[in-house]
Design a protein around this ligand. Structure first.
Ligand code: HEC
Length: 115
């Protein structure tokens, strides 16, 4: 215990919150147009990613990615690199592995906050 541990813990926390902030910004820019929680521009009840996942999982998992607790970087990478149905694949030049880690860090916080 002592100051070193405290400083290390604080640094880890500061890095985490920076990752969460970057992840949220990236999600808002690249993912929320399909995976956000609001209604679509076309007046549909929800956006295409959110809508598809609602059909896919029904009541078993939340339709909004921000509410999921099971999405690790590894799982996100599979879908993001391969694409899924109408979701396009993202190349590493468009979305780096580090940015996927940031998005996973954001989901970990957003799902806990329940918002
Ligand atoms: C053009 C719309 C679109 C964009 C942009 C998009 N997605 Fe998707 N995404 C979808 C659709 C539609 C599905 C559902 C495919 C299906 O029904 O299996 C999906 C599925 C997924 C899944 C699979 C979830 C599961 O359990 O099956 C993940 C993870 C995911 N998207 C993450 C992301 C991330 C992260 C981004 C941003 C980097 C993103 N998506 C951007 C449309 C999109």
């Amino acid at each position: 215990m002592g100051l070193t541990l405290l400083a290390t813990t604080y640094t880890a926390y500061a890095q985490d919150s920076a990752a969460v902030a970057r992840g949220k910004a990236k999600f808002d820019h690249s993912c929320a147009p399909c995976h956000g929680k609001g209604a679509g521009d076309d007046g549909r009840e929800s956006l295409p990613g959110t809508y598809s996942l609602k059909i896919k999982y029904g009541e078993t998992l939340p339709a909004a990615l921000e509410d999921r607790t099971d999405l690790t970087s590894e799982v996100i990478s599979v879908f993001v690199r391969m694409g899924a149905w109408s979701m396009p694949p993202f190349r590493k030049t468009e979305l780096s592995d580090a940015e996927i880690d940031d998005i996973a860090a954001y989901f970990a916080v957003s799902s806990r906050a329940g918002n």
